[in-house]
Design a protein around this ligand. Structure first.
Ligand SMILES: [Ca+2]
Ligand SMILES: [Ca+2]
Ligand SMILES: [Ca+2]
Ligand SMILES: [Ca+2]
Length: 225
């Protein structure tokens, strides 16, 4: 019995160290740099999402099948990143992979800037599907900005509660974390006249009761390895 307790404590410690958790703070996983749409940075996706993204009309026709990088705003048009087409008509995707288990209060925050030519109709998708519809949740960005607009030059930081998503364009809402936890990834898609500065996933630190609940299955898993 005492040995079991020691194993549980060790597992808790492993979780805290592996997750990079500062005492009392949440776990945050940042994609891209918080550099106010600075230099462009390649965004990566799971292979099936990447294959679909490279075949979208915008990316195939104007960008040689490459996805939009982070920070591709109008300041970077002169770079002609990977070819023609400027900063617009370019679809962005990113996959968080090997995720820790999400729990109540997990949030996804995205900083966006509307560029040219028609950001008004741009959407944000979560969790890519190979079958249609291609995303489990799809929102008009304009519906998430708080003032119902999304026009060139506008910047917005949007936070979604992954345990309590608002109703999307298909009427889907609710808790995304059971799906994300079963797959251990989170895909984010942003259409095609909108630049992405960074995306951050935040997982609250569990309370002590939750930690004990988490530690027991981990101890079992370690014993099986
Ligand atoms: Ca830039
Ligand atoms: Ca467009
Ligand atoms: Ca558009
Ligand atoms: Ca950035």
């Amino acid at each position: 019995m005492r040995q079991d307790k020691i194993k549980v404590s060790a597992s808790v410690l492993m979780v805290l160290v592996a997750g990079g958790v500062a005492a009392g703070g949440p776990t945050t996983i940042l994609a891209g740099d918080k550099d106010d749409f600075g230099d462009v940075e390649v965004a990566t996706q799971r292979p099936v999402f990447a294959a679909w993204l490279s075949a979208t009309g915008n990316n195939a026709n104007y960008h040689h099948g490459d996805p939009m990088p982070f920070d591709m705003d109008s300041d970077d048009e002169a770079i002609a990143f990977n070819g023609s087409g400027g900063a617009w008509n370019w679809d962005f995707g990113y996959s968080f992979t090997d995720l820790p288990q999400l729990r109540a209060g997990a949030t996804l925050t995205i900083r966006l800037k509307a560029i040219a030519t028609d950001p008004e109709n741009d959407s944000l998708g979560l969790m890519f599907n190979e079958e249609q519809p291609h995303f489990m949740w799809v929102y008009r960005i304009a519906d998430l900005t708080g003032n119902d607009t999304w026009s060139a030059g506008q910047v917005a930081t949007i936070t979604l509660d992954l345990t309590n998503l608002p109703s999307d364009l298909h009427g889907n809402s609710g808790d995304a974390t059971s799906l994300i936890n079963s797959l251990e990834y989170l895909d984010v898609y942003i259409q095609d006249d909108t630049a992405v500065d960074w995306i951050e996933l935040t997982v609250p630190t569990p309370g002590s009761a939750a930690l004990l609940g988490l530690a027991a299955p981990l101890a079992l898993r370690r014993r099986r390895q």
